[in-house]
Design a protein. Sequence first.
Length: 428
Amino acid sequence: MFGSFCPYSHSIKGENEKGRYQIENTNLEFKIAYSYKDLPETQSKPASLFIDSTYQNLLEEHPSIGMEFIYLPIYENGMYIGTVMAQTTLVKGDESFRIDPKVSGIKGKSQKWLLKNIKLRSFVVGNLLLTGNYGLQFPSKSARESFVIVDIVTKFALPIIEKEKGYKFSIQFYKDFNEEDTAQSSSLLQSGFHCFKGEASMVLEVLPEWKKFEDYLGAMSSKYRVRAKRAFKKGKNLVRKDLSYDQIYFYRKRIHELYRKVCDAADMNLVHLSQIYFPELKKRLKDDFKMIAYFIDGEMVAYFTIINDQQETHAHFLGMENAFNNKHQLYLNILYDIIRVGIESGSKFVDFARTAPEIKSSVGAEPNEMYIFVKHRNTFLNKFVNSVFTYLEPKRDIVYRSPFKSKGTSQTEKVVSSEVKSTPQSAN
């Protein structure tokens, strides 16, 4: 369909009168765009809010610090078939990764040295602000075909982009593919990509019989229902406010401060939001975006944000003053409130994204495994990608639990290592 592809057997013609590059011995053409507004008007309506013009234009106009955007519209036999949606950012190891404080001695010192010397311009297929595959948008193609397309096209597109931008990409990073799609990724593995099993996204299925939040509580075993009521009791002094655009804008500095407290404590953080990001989300997405803030004695101590998309409630960024967490069960109350919003909005799923898998499983979320593909463009250095990821990744055991009566806690508790694993066997 795309010709017999070998990385070294193809060449590329210069731009034609339509601004497209033809890859010889294939039926593929591509363009390079640096704004969503420059994508073909013939594209079909996006299946998700997260790849629609409203959200993409917001990202471009108020980007994460240092982030730029790249789009590769693809044509097959002259017809538009989809787009590779990518972001680029400069990854600085000592700013983007946090060393586990429990690691000391020679290993701790060597990790600090390694991170201090990591400075990589990354080409990221997907969205660093979200969990999920928002990078390969080919509605009529299978995962196998989509992987072949991105592999062929980026080989020729990246040198052109580098020449136009005046910098070199060190790393190609394709993020957040599910296990079923990853099993069709043999073309990427053959091209030198490393496949890693990353931290799972935690997702709660909202059952049809849960018409209100009390129905969800009623589905719990007595142990977890007592736990929930205890959290509500500890959080009785929390004043919740569903913030309007004007309120979000008014509190923007405090909101950003609380956001930084959370992201600075994360093991890995490649995104640095601007203060205006949240007000603009509310302005543009309106009721599809919510920010619920928590106040104690008039002071904002936490908030969470959610985005509703296609009958799914997606937990977005949150901010929290950790000093209030234990006394008021702040984080647990946030999780229950996100579920309440999801049920009341008629969602079928609540996606809590990554991080804190144990406590999220205790409110009913289950792991949705995610895989990433990484390749260093220097062939020699690419041999060490697996070793570096394994060396830097914190290793923890995660206990997944279920709070529901129908499943039974004893049957569903399991211990899983959170270690990032290279899994080439998953893509045979």
